[in-house]
Ligand binder design. Structure first.
Ligand code: MG
Length: 208
């Protein structure tokens, strides 16, 4: 699989911000993952054991279909061609240490294999993007269960906000944030992220 840039949104669900002991943000929190992190359904998540805790985060991914620059909210959804299920895999200990030190936490999000994504489906087939059920299971056990209705900033607002500062191009991905229930992944775990009407992405974890 290949893609353009991956723009991720942090703390976009109140209950997740709370579990991270963070305030709900006044404006979208943006960070990037490299395209080299992308993997497909069935690929292996390789998590270096030396980096400590590695977490799952189920998210709705928006895939950009045409160049978007300074787009109005009212037009924003016309720039999305497809949607997919995304797992924003995170080296949590690395992220926490960087946050505490006031340093960038790009490494914690950017490792190879840390962006599993399902096969994209046309946005027209996905239904209302603000009422999709998200679920994540580890070894068959439900760990995250939420709804995109609980996003603080919805897809239109995110596209308008991002495109005000960064041009979005066809093939770029926006990962829209995770609901509560994030937790660790261990060697041999099978993590399956799913969104009703969109699909699922299932990956085995190897601590290497
Ligand atoms: Mg995330």
């Amino acid at each position: 699989m290949s893609c353009g840039k991956i723009v991720c949104i942090g703390q976009n669900y109140r209950a997740h911000a709370r579990e991270m002991e963070l305030e709900a943000p006044a404006e979208p929190v943006i960070f990037l993952k490299p395209s080299t992190a992308l993997i497909a359904d069935g690929d292996v998540i390789e998590a270096p054991a030396g980096l400590g805790r590695v977490d799952h985060e189920v998210e709705l991914a928006l895939i950009i279909g045409k160049k978007a620059r300074k787009v109005a909210e009212s037009e924003a959804l016309s720039y999305v061609s497809e949607v997919a299920v995304f797992n924003d895999v995170t080296a949590r200990d690395v992220q926490s240490a960087a946050r505490t030190a006031g340093l960038p936490w790009a490494l914690s999000k950017g490792l190879d294999t840390f962006a599993p994504m399902s096969r994209p489906v046309p946005v027209s087939e996905a239904g209302d993007l603000r009422s999709l059920r998200l679920e994540l299971r580890v070894n068959g056990e439900v760990r995250q269960s939420g709804s995109t209705s609980n996003m603080i900033f919805g897809p239109e607002r995110l596209i308008a906000y991002i495109s005000k500062y960064m041009t979005l191009e066809p093939g770029d991905i926006i990962a829209t944030g995770t609901p509560e229930g994030v937790g660790p992944l261990n060697d041999g775990d099978v993590v399956e992220a799913g969104i009703e009407g969109v699909g699922k992405v299932s990956n085995r974890v190897r601590r290497i």
